[in-house]
Design a binder for this molecule. Structure first.
Ligand code: PAF
Length: 255
């Protein structure tokens, strides 16, 4: 797997693909590292649908409204590289902050409605950071398709909207939410749960997908020891975010 650290290196790699063959397609999976089966399933989906697949690892500081959350984010770069190599990913783009933010985030991309509810209401500025970095990455990578997980339902919806609103050339593809055998949605943040919290965490999915009204589910979550950030029914889904100790978990199910 080729590891490209700068935009100049990436551009060289991208042109070499075009020179190799005009018929090939590039799929792209953006990540912040701490890779798990959810990310790898997106890479595999991209490998099925494209002749070449690239991933990126960039822990994007502009989408963290809480500096402690950023500090605690797991850093597993060497392991991530091994995992990507093992499944046959072709390239990894892993730029430094200065490469992606020469403007130091003076310029930002903002959506004014859907980004203000659900996660956006509880994490001010979060989606400005997400949309800005995804726009930068897609502009640099020039992929034919980019893959984002349905676990981050609101993020996927907003990225699709951005790609449409700005007539971007990359097709945005959603990949299914991947769960642990006990039902917990896979997330890099699961690594931060204590052993006791990890045992309790699957109750989150069990409660939101079980019977009852939204108010009843909210009460059941609080009774089980979660602190509910939000739980809402929208467009045929139930979307929820909770804290378990210091760790914020999100999930969504058909509702
Ligand atoms: O879903 C994520 O890991 C991040 O929000 C993304 C899309 C890589 C942007 O930093």
């Amino acid at each position: 797997m080729e590891i490209l650290r700068s935009i100049a290196e990436w551009k060289k790699y991208r042109s070499s693909l075009i020179q190799e063959s005009r018929d090939q397609s590039l799929g792209f999976v953006a990540t912040m590292g701490a890779l798990h089966e959810g990310h790898l399933s997106l890479v595999r989906l991209s490998m099925k649908e494209n002749t070449r697949t690239a991933a990126s690892i960039f822990l994007n500081p502009t989408q963290f409204n809480d500096p402690k959350d950023l500090e605690n984010y797991p850093d597993t770069f060497s392991e991530d590289v091994r995992k990507l190599e093992a499944i046959g990913c072709d390239a990894l783009f892993a730029p430094a902050y200065e490469e992606l933010y020469p403007d130091n985030f003076r310029y930002k991309l903002m959506e004014t409605e859907y980004s203000k509810i659900l996660c956006g209401a509880h994490r001010p500025g979060h989606f400005d950071g997400v949309l800005t970095v995804v726009m930068k990455l897609l502009n640099i990578v020039q992929a034919d398709r980019a893959y984002f997980g349905e676990k981050d339902w609101q993020q996927l919806y907003l990225i699709r909207g951005m790609a449409d609103a700005f007539f971007m050339n990359t097709e945005i593809v959603g990949g299914p939410l991947i769960r642990e055998p006990d039902g917990l949605a896979m997330s890099s943040r699961n690594l931060l749960l204590t052993a006791d919290e990890r045992k309790k965490a699957p109750l989150f999915n069990r409660i939101i997908s079980g019977p009852g009204t939204i108010a009843e589910k909210e009460k059941a979550l609080e009774d089980a020891g979660f602190t509910v950030d939000y739980i809402e029914a929208r467009e045929g889904r139930i979307l929820a975010a909770v804290f378990l100790g210091k760790v914020r978990l999100i999930d969504n199910v058909k509702g």
